[in-house]
Design a protein around this ligand. Sequence first.
Ligand code: SF4
Length: 390
Amino acid sequence: MFTSDAEATDEWGPPMNAAQPPPLLYDLEREELAEFLSDEPKYRVDQLWEGLYRDALLPAEISNLPKRLREELTDALPTGCELARESVADDGDTVKFLWSLADQATVETVLMHYPGSSASAARSTVCVSSQAGCAMACSFCATGQAGFERHLSVGEIVEQVLRAQRRSGDRRVSNVVFMGMGEPMANFDATWMATKRLHEAVGIGARHITISTVGLIPGIRKLTEAELPVSLAVSLHAADDDLRNELVPLNRKYPLDQLMDACGEYFGRTGRRLTFEWALISGVNDRYEDADRLADRCRPTSAHVNLIPLNPTPSYGVPGSSRNRVHAFANRLRHRGVNVTIRDTRGSDIDAACGQLSTAHSLGRAGGKSPSGDTTSDRTRSVQITERRQ
Ligand code: SF4
């Protein structure tokens, strides 16, 4: 449940040390793995590290390690994500995973392939969750409606990308977006350590890693100071405080003027492109006056805007904007000098929007294919998974 009196980012949920699961294979830093291998020749650490992260292998599959050591590692260091369900759409170009974690919490990951006009232009993007549930309670969001369970560990975040890479095969994951379940800035330390691991060990370019936030200013300030030039996306959804207070309760704590100041500082200090995400809700935030206010908010930072019609969620009855309305809104912004992208829609036949597969799973009615091959046919909600083109 949203509480307005928390001060530090880690207060947007239980303390990091509350009921955290034991360390997992991918939770361990390189030095900790070296300690684990202290009786082995030093080069074993390189072999293990590269096998795990560069090649996305499990310990049992790293063939240059002795069989005895592979078995030891497998027994001592469990992985964190067990596949509970997988859904595929767009002729295989969109794959959504529902993971069951060690404590039975569930989180979602989406893998999206974009063929591109040439092999070098092809991209594969993974959308990861940073928390099980979310405490931000955005009124239109399936995850927000389900409430907060816990922060994910570094290993649980990194493993989502590695598991998606394994599923992706020869197509290398090129982009990671923290836009799945949870507010990444509320779990900043794990999000940042996972980001560094993905960059340094997995080899994903920093600019190809996007951290989103619904407006946690302390997190934006930390990102402003951070050494890696990752991308920042702010989920705005409203450009005036009255409406934003309704849609994004966090706005009562960090109102728009303060949020825009933090964005301005980020842009001024880093020079990196800033993106505002805007879920278009019919009759709520898709009027021309909303576009005009948004254009005014974009001007100081030359922010780019990503538009997407809202996906329906069980307890928020208002639908997303019509296709015509989305284009009219985009054109209004363009006429006022704003760079706009209408997000590519993905996974229209699976529960593939933020929190929807997990919610549907807990309701026992998700569509898709289980690991055992079972399928269910209830696809009562047609939803979309989207990703912005960079
Ligand atoms: S929109 Fe994002 S920040 Fe808001 S409740 Fe959903 S997951 Fe949390």
